[in-house]
Write a protein of this length. Structure first.
Length: 448
């Protein structure tokens, strides 16, 4: 510990926290506070220069470095005894070029900040469903949101990364500069350096037809099969999700849904809203779909904002039949006795997500018809144990329809990277990592 202290004290204007320091327990907390990460040190650099100093000092002390923005996907990191957790939350800033339709976001920037800067220009980004998710981590791992079936993953709209490499030097990766590294960063996650800024394309979307269709979850047996049949042939301009929700009786949830068990279909339509007619024919008790400003979609899903204790599991699924519906409802429906406080969710894939992006990196497409995600908010150890059992039961029940692949941005535990990439892609990623970080200095949540 003395060696670590001597190497790191004085960096980042003193924003270095070691075990035993008064601020350590607060500094080490990720967004998902159910993850108990205990690094050798926590650093909060103010900018790229300070971050580079931390990386060099960590190397001198024989430590590895784990970049972390928000910590939404902190679970897979594992033990951090010999790791400096480099928190980028102070490294923020967004600039928008409305003529080129591009944005540049610094390492700690959240999606809500990008959306707010792009909106006055009639533009938006391929953001996710949570306003407080970090731009960089989301972009490195793929990134699917409400425009995904029309425009694909966020990672393939990226035009450049600025990063600090394992030797503590600043680099730029684009199609014209270090193209192999640029390819790897688009979908290969945080295995190749500390990304200090990302540049990406924006889209001329000022409004969308978006909202929720809501039923009591006892309607699931008649609604879910219709949604699946509809989703299988829906045009690319619509992206939806179906969720079985158990909502707590808290003021943050609107009164019509507070404390209830619901079946919800939410999403966005960029074309003719008549595409929703088969779903509306199922007579939802609440239909909020309307033409709304694109900026409102960053909060459409009503994901929890701010640090929360959560347990989640996921899988990529192929086509789903009647037996799949029965299995899902038996595991997560009205009679399952599930403790899950929030959701069992199917996200509609296909469209542009299922086709190789014209200018892609290591993740050209997502292999699957649906992404399954189960999540429970866990206020204590007993709730955590129950939620873990329930999330694993749901994923296990759907295993006959799983294609064995993984979408790493949804993977809340360690998974084999071979399940996320084609074999030749994984081999190329490993060669690039060996070239840019031969000592394995950087610790990613999903290791290549």
């Amino acid at each position: 510990m003395t060696t670590i202290a001597n190497s790191l004290r004085g960096l980042c204007g003193g924003a270095i926290h070691l075990p035993g320091d008064p601020g350590y327990d607060t500094a080490r907390l990720p967004w998902n506070v159910a993850v108990d990460q205990r690094p050798a040190a926590v650093a909060y650099p103010a900018d790229a220069a300070e971050a580079a100093e931390v990386i060099r000092a960590a190397a001198a002390a024989g430590l590895r470095v784990a970049p972390q923005g928000t910590g939404h996907n902190a679970g897979p990191l594992g033990p951090l005894d010999d790791v400096v957790l480099l928190r980028t939350s102070a490294m923020t800033g967004v600039t928008v070029d409305p003529v080129a339709r591009t944005a540049r976001a610094e390492a700690g920037t959240l999606w809500i900040d990008v959306v707010e800067q792009a909106t006055p220009h009639g533009l938006t980004a391929l953001h996710g469903s949570s306003p407080d998710v970090g731009v960089v981590g989301y972009s490195l791992g793929g990134g699917i949101g409400w425009y995904a079936r029309q425009h694909g993953m966020q990672t393939n709209s990226v035009t450049a990364f600025e990063l600090i490499t394992a030797d503590g030097e600043l680099a730029r990766a684009s199609e014209d500069s270090q193209p192999d590294l640029f390819w790897a960063l688009r979908g290969g996650g945080g295995n190749f350096g500390l990304v200090t800024a990302v540049e990406f394309g924006l889209f001329p979307i000022a409004q969308a037809h978006a909202g929720w269709l809501v039923w009591d979850w006892r309607a699931a047996e008649r609604v879910v099969p219709v949604w699946l049949e509809w989703a299988a042939t829906a045009p690319d301009h619509v992206t939806t999700a179906l969720r079985l929700l158990q909502l707590p009786p808290i003021p943050q949830i609107p009164e019509p849904m507070r404390g209830r068990q619901l079946l919800v279909i939410d999403g966005a339509v960029l074309g003719d809203p008549a595409v929703l007619a088969p779903l509306r024919a199922l007579r939802p008790e609440l239909d909020t779909f309307a033409d709304v400003p694109a900026a409102s979609l960053v909060r459409l899903h009503m994901d929890p904002e701010g640090p929360s204790p959560a347990i989640g599991r996921s899988a990529l699924l192929g086509d789903l039949d009647a037996a799949a519906v029965d299995a899902l409802l038996a595991a997560a429906g009205p009679d399952a006795g599930s403790s899950l406080l929030l959701a069992a969710e199917l996200r509609q894939l296909g469209g542009a997500l299922g086709r190789r992006a014209p200018r892609h990196g290591a993740l050209p497409r997502l292999d699957g018809a649906y992404a399954l995600f189960t999540c429970g908010i866990v206020p204590g150890p007993e709730a955590a144990a129950a939620a873990l059992a329930d999330t694993e039961r749901v994923v296990g029940a759907m295993r006959p329809w799983s294609n064995g692949r993984e979408y790493l941005n949804f993977a809340e535990t360690k998974v084999d990277a071979a399940r996320a990439f084609e074999p030749e892609t994984l081999s190329r990623l490993r060669r690039i990592r060996a070239a840019v970080d031969p000592a394995g200095r950087f610790v990613a949540n999903h290791v290549i």
